[in-house]
Design a protein around this ligand. Structure first.
Ligand code: UDP
Length: 388
């Protein structure tokens, strides 16, 4: 029997959308794309609120890459607004750059002490070196160690406990904080990648353009587990009750595909409180972190990201970390970096590998704390592999 589809893709975030787009546009494959939510774009989804300000519904997503390939690929579907992300942390009543840098040091410590430490640091590290806080905390020099401890206490410790619901020593803290190393310069950009920016008309528009191909049928509001099932005995995947011989690309949480048979995977979730106020701007930069105060970790003000010339009103969101509970309808945002969680995920991965035509890809499916750039590269590489 000839089949209607060459590929079933689950999830319309970057992993699923890119593979659907590549298969359709480069190989003329007929693709059905299933997305549980009523919209595409995964967690990149953005939409205008009642004031017209474009809001990132699932938290701030700032695009950055060092890969010309990634930039070139996405640029087919969007123009860019030049934007370099800045983050400040509220510490001891002051707003200081994060990642913690020499400006933060000068702001938070008495002048002479700051100068002395700066000299010491720059005698040991190159200007603009990126140093994990762990290295500073375990430095041979007692004063540098003390500084490392200060930064750990003021910037990382309480933020991490809030964000992950656990103490650093119980997490793979080194890997998490490699994302935001201490920076020995006055450069106050959050990211260092060569290309940084925001899709000019937003992420949703980018995804719409990516998926507007006659070979792609987009089914929104469809839970993949209601139409896909796995027949372990035959190693076949059933789609709408029939054995499916084409490729199945799955970017959802892997435990859900297997009915959680080895237990539910652990995630960290978030809750957002979106607020609109009648003033031009609420805060000086797009994101202000609150490591030590409030229940939220950070506040994002969207106009800084979008550059929209809206006057007299602004929209921001407070971000509250949350213990994930699937039965309450929470969204799984972050895999929690602990060895036992990786091991639990590996069991599902091994089970998935028994299905020859199943490809598992994406932050959720792979249970990895990927950034957008990582996923885009992985999806492009995966397509090359499939071509081969
Ligand atoms: N982090 C922190 N203090 C900060 C910023 C980050 O302790 O002011 C730690 C925290 O554990 C956080 C991790 O670094 O979860 C990664 O931060 P990032 O900003 O990359 O998180 P994302 O934007 O992916 O939520």
């Amino acid at each position: 029997m000839t089949q209607r589809w060459d590929a079933v893709v689950v999830g319309a975030g970057f992993a699923g959308a890119i593979l659907a787009e590549r298969l359709a546009s480069q190989q003329g494959k007929r693709v059905v794309l299933l997305e549980r939510r009523k919209h595409l774009g995964g967690n990149m989804y953005d939409r205008p609120d009642h004031t017209g300000i474009l809001v990132h519904v699932y938290g701030p997503h700032i695009f950055r890459t060092d890969s010309p390939r990634v930039l070139e690929y996405l640029s087919q579907f969007t123009e860019w607004r030049a934007y370099e992300h800045k983050v400040l942390a509220s510490v001891d009543g002051q707003l200081v750059p994060v990642p913690f840098n020499l400006v933060s040091l000068e702001k938070l410590l008495p002048k002479q002490k700051a100068e002395r430490l700066e000299k010491k640091l720059l005698a040991r590290y190159a200007y603009d070196a990126k140093v994990p806080v762990y290295d500073l905390r375990h430095h041979e020099d007692a004063q540098i160690r003390e500084l490392g401890e200060f930064i750990f206490q003021k910037i990382y410790l309480n933020y991490t406990v809030k964000q992950w619901g656990d103490r650093p020593e119980n997490l793979d803290f080194a890997t998490i904080t490699k994302r935001v190393p201490v920076r020995l310069s006055h450069d106050d950009r959050y990211f260092q990648q060569q290309s940084q920016g925001m899709p000019k008309a937003g992420y949703t528009r980018l995804f719409e353009r990516m998926l507007a191909h006659p070979n792609i049928e987009l089914r929104l509001g469809v839970d993949a587990t209601s139409v896909l099932s796995l027949d372990e005995a035959s190693g076949k995947i059933l789609f709408e009750g029939q054995p499916f011989e084409g490729t199945v690309i799955y970017s959802g949480a892997l435990d859900e595909l297997f009915g959680s048979r080895y237990g539910e995977l652990a995630w960290r979730s978030l809750r957002f409180e979106v607020k609109t106020v009648d003033q031009d701007f609420f805060q000086p930069v797009a994101v202000v972190n609150y490591p030590n105060d409030h229940e939220y970790t950070r506040i994002t003000e969207f106009k800084h990201l979008t550059g929209q010339p809206v006057r007299g009103v602004t929209t921001y969101c407070e971000e509250y970390p949350l213990a994930y509970e699937r039965r309450r309808g929470h969204e799984p945002y972050y895999p929690i970096p602990k060895a036992e969680n990786d091991a639990a995920h590996r069991r599902y991965l091994e089970a998935a590998q028994r299905f020859a035509n199943l490809i598992v890809i994406g932050r959720l499916a792979e249970y990895r704390y990927y950034d957008m750039n990582d996923i885009i590269l992985r999806a492009l590489d995966q397509f090359e592999k499939m071509k081969g």
